[in-house]
Design a protein around this ligand. Sequence first.
Ligand SMILES: NC(=O)c1ccc[n+]([C@@H]2O[C@H](COP(=O)([O-])OP(=O)(O)OC[C@H]3O[C@@H](n4cnc5c(N)ncnc54)[C@H](OP(=O)(O)O)[C@@H]3O)[C@@H](O)[C@H]2O)c1
Length: 214
Amino acid sequence: MKIGFIGYGSMTRALAGHWARTHDVMVSGRDVDKAAETAGALGVRSGSVAEAAAFAEVVVLATHHAAVFDAIALAGGAEAFAGKTVIDITNPVSTETFTTTRPDGRSLTQAIADALPGASVGKAFNMAQARVWDDLDKTFDGRQIVALYTADADADATIADLIAEVGAAPVRLGDNAHAYQLEAAAAIVIRFLFAGGDAHTILNLIRPEAKPIR
Ligand SMILES: NC(=O)c1ccc[n+]([C@@H]2O[C@H](COP(=O)([O-])OP(=O)(O)OC[C@H]3O[C@@H](n4cnc5c(N)ncnc54)[C@H](OP(=O)(O)O)[C@@H]3O)[C@@H](O)[C@H]2O)c1
């Protein structure tokens, strides 16, 4: 599968290397030199945001949350995402108040889905810190970490597979109407991280107690 990242920060560095083992990955961002530097370290392709969107079957939105719509515009707007799976990993969370920045009880993921009507959209990877995703070993106290996600029906299987490929157990909360809860829960995680909590221990969900949610 062809996977394009928009954004070349710590989450891209944490996730892209896992998938590069079996997929064709391109890293992009508003600064093509920075994209090339990150891509070079990971041994993957780099390009402009528009090139990554055109290249990818799966686009990972990995910018700062406030930059998502700028990034979509850089990609060429909604048309650039038509027919693609889009994974929103962003956390619209204030690091001053530790609350979601969304004004209306609707998630950023839903706003993205509204802006990209031709794409299949989901939210994943937002509930744990980059170091957790970077680690190859996703077991804690001998049990596998769970990665909660939301997805349109069309994006579900792809996102579940990509979560499994980084070593976590995918658990779908439902469609993107549930993404607000993921964003609000991330505010709790981030609050503990800023208080010095260990990224590997905050709100880890572990199997097999959880029953499938459908
Ligand atoms: N770090 C974590 O542990 C973690 C965990 C879960 C989810 N997340 C979420 O994942 C996303 C990426 O996090 P990160 O830690 O990888 O971030 P980061 O290291 O701070 O990188 C942020 C990225 O956003 C880009 N960006 C900022 N403003 C932009 C704009 N106006 N247009 C285009 N690109 C812009 C930056 O490019 P420049 O360098 O050019 O500014 C950079 O590539 C964030 O939304 C974050 O909330 C992070």
